[in-house]
Write a protein that binds this ligand. Structure first.
Ligand SMILES: CC(C)c1onc(-c2c(Cl)cccc2Cl)c1COc1ccc(-c2ccc3c(C(=O)O)c[nH]c3c2)cc1
Length: 229
């Protein structure tokens, strides 16, 4: 019941998702450098910067995205970057990396100057994503659906975004039914994670403020995408 064009669409998105990854030499840095709050912050900043570059390349491969209004493309990327990075970094926790990157990433996030009130919901979210045991198609589509959220700030033609998002939602719904026939609520559970992502995105804005209060510097790309400095 998945049509031929839906199969093609799925392949394009999954190929783009698996092609655009943080380069291994950048990811490996998580393991090398020493541990201090400042060192952790610097490494995480490097990760986030690399992740944003990967995210932009992935987004350009979403069928229909480049035909949207140019300013709306930017508004969608700025509005979804944090949420997409939560989903992407959650995969690191799901994968149980052989080289122990998972533990190291958790350690560095916990000790990078983020206050406990944000750490708790953040790692609850990571746990909830890991427990879903999503397959790559689901991860790629959920990230795509997050990016194509019509009601981000400053999006002018929300209809145009909605049309593409609906195509992706329908495809994900079908996939969930096929993938988990014994779990009819699974699609709804995936969408529930998107609601949790919005909350985390609000926490994240406060995290940025508290880092900046402690005079932490971000890279030009992060300043641009997060409207800081
Ligand atoms: C500016 C800094 C301090 C920041 O601010 N908020 C957040 C932040 C935090 Cl602390 C949590 C969630 C989202 C954000 Cl933006 C961050 C750090 O963001 C990231 C982003 C992405 C990775 C990340 C992704 C993939 C992989 C990967 C693989 O795929 O093989 C291997 N290693 C990975 C590392 C880590 C940290």
């Amino acid at each position: 019941e998945i049509t031929k064009e839906q199969r093609t669409l799925m392949k394009v998105i999954v190929d783009a998702y698996s092609t655009h990854q943080i380069p291994q030499d950048v990811a490996k840095k998580l393991l090398q450098e020493q541990y201090s709050a400042d060192e952790n912050f610097l490494l995480l900043t490097e990760m986030a910067t690399s992740q944003v570059q990967v995210l932009v390349e992935f987004t350009k491969n979403i069928p229909g995205f480049l035909s949207l209004d140019r300013e709306d493309q930017i508004a969608l990327l700025k509005g979804s970057a944090v949420e997409a990075m939560f989903l992407r970094s959650a995969q690191v926790f799901s994968r149980k990396m052989p080289s122990g990157q998972t533990e190291v990433l958790e350690e560095r996030i916990r000790k990078s100057g983020i206050s406990e009130e944000f750490i708790i919901p953040m790692f609850n979210f990571y746990k909830s994503i890991v427990s879903l045991h999503m397959v790559q198609e689901e991860q790629a589509l959920l990230t795509t659906i997050t990016i194509l959220t019509p009601d981000r700030p400053y999006v002018k033609d929300q209809q145009a975004v909605e049309r593409i998002q609906e195509t992706m939602l329908e495809l994900l719904r079908k996939l969930c039914v096929l993938q988990r026939p014994q779990e009819p609520q699974y699609f709804a559970r995936l969408l529930g994670r998107l609601t949790e992502l919005r909350t985390l995105s609000h926490y994240h804005a406060e995290m940025l403020t508290s880092w900046r209060t402690n005079d932490h510097k971000f890279t030009p790309l992060l300043c641009e995408i997060w409207d800081v400095q």
